[in-house]
Design a protein around this ligand. Structure first.
Ligand code: CAA
Length: 258
């Protein structure tokens, strides 16, 4: 499929989606969000893909929802035809591992989309923020819910109420990003991480992701029970037999993703 606002490529078992609207700092317009959903659906169905990387340009991961498009919307049109809901769902509910590689601005919907990914690796140049309050609205793509879970109530309130940006170091200290690397190393580090994840057993990686995400939805006792049942179910996988045999035989495991 030919895309206009994103670039999509495959490297081994890693799918890479690059947001590509340089003229608007990758602002998330209707066309881009539709294309992003389509690309993710393609990778979800592709058995050859074990991990996806979502990235932008050096200057911007994404500077938020497209304000020029949003400006024309009213409450009823957003309610009746929410262009974003499908995309947010397609990222947040993507079942395979997905890593955000963030350089430059990740603001508003850009920060929110990065938070929908499983983890964020940031360049030293990254800047995160929820500046919607400067536009007379609040975050509308999960920012008020995912940010406090990622960085504490105090930091989330600070960012959402002042609209200020935080740099990569502050974001790492706050727990929003898993690693900060020099700008020139970002894609090498992210691709190495993605290849590492993609080489694991895909069903186990998917179950691990689902189980960690469950911890945000349920209480501890129920979450632990869910974990135990999923763990036990993994003993029916060929990959469990292979992984443990490989350890005993002091060799590398070769997972077949079943
Ligand atoms: N929507 C539409 N266009 C945008 C945009 C956005 N979110 N962000 C940047 N652009 C456009 C600018 O309008 C400009 O286009 P023109 O050259 O045609 O004027 C171009 O991208 C370059 O931007 P700047 O000239 O502003 O670049 P800068 O380096 O001076 O500033 C910036 C960079 C600080 C990121 C600034 O562009 C900015 O503040 N952008 C808006 C950030 C924002 O408010 N994001 C939240 C959006 S609302 C949202 O996301 C809601 C939600 O929760 C879903």
């Amino acid at each position: 499929m030919a895309y206009k606002t994103i670039q999509v490529k495959t490297e081994g078992r890693v799918g890479v989606i690059t947001l590509n609207r340089p003229e608007a700092l990758n602002a998330l317009c209707d066309e881009l969000t539709t294309e992003l959903s389509a690309a993710l659906a393609g990778f979800e169905q592709d058995d050859g893909i074990g991990c996806v990387v979502l990235t932008g340009s050096k200057k911007a991961f994404a500077a938020g929802a497209d304000i020029k498009e949003l400006q024309a919307r009213d409450q009823v049109s957003l309610l009746m035809n929410d262009p974003f809901a499908k995309t947010w769902e397609s990222v947040a509910r993507f079942r395979k591992p997905i890593i955000a590689a963030v350089s430059g601005y990740a603001l508003g919907g850009g920060c929110e989309i990065a938070m929908m990914c499983d983890f964020i690796i940031a360049s030293q140049t990254a800047k995160f923020g929820q500046p919607e309050i400067n536009l007379g609205v609040m975050p509308g793509a999960g920012g008020t819910q995912r940010l406090p879970r990622a960085v504490s109530k105090a930091k989330a309130m600070d960012l959402c109420l002042t609209g200020r940006m935080m740099d990569a170091e502050e974001a790492e200290r706050a727990g929003l990003v898993s690693r900060v690397v020099p700008a020139e190393d970002l894609m090498d580090v992210v691709m190495e991480a993605a290849e590492t994840v993609a080489a694991k057993s895909l069903p186990v990686a998917m179950m691990t992701k689902e189980t960690i995400n469950r911890s945000f939805e349920v209480g501890l006792t129920e979450g632990i029970l869910f974990e135990r049942r999923v763990f036990q179910s993994q003993f029916s996988l060929e990959d469990q037999t292979e992984g443990m045999a490989a350890f005993a035989e002091k060799r590398a495991a070769h997972f077949k993703h079943r």
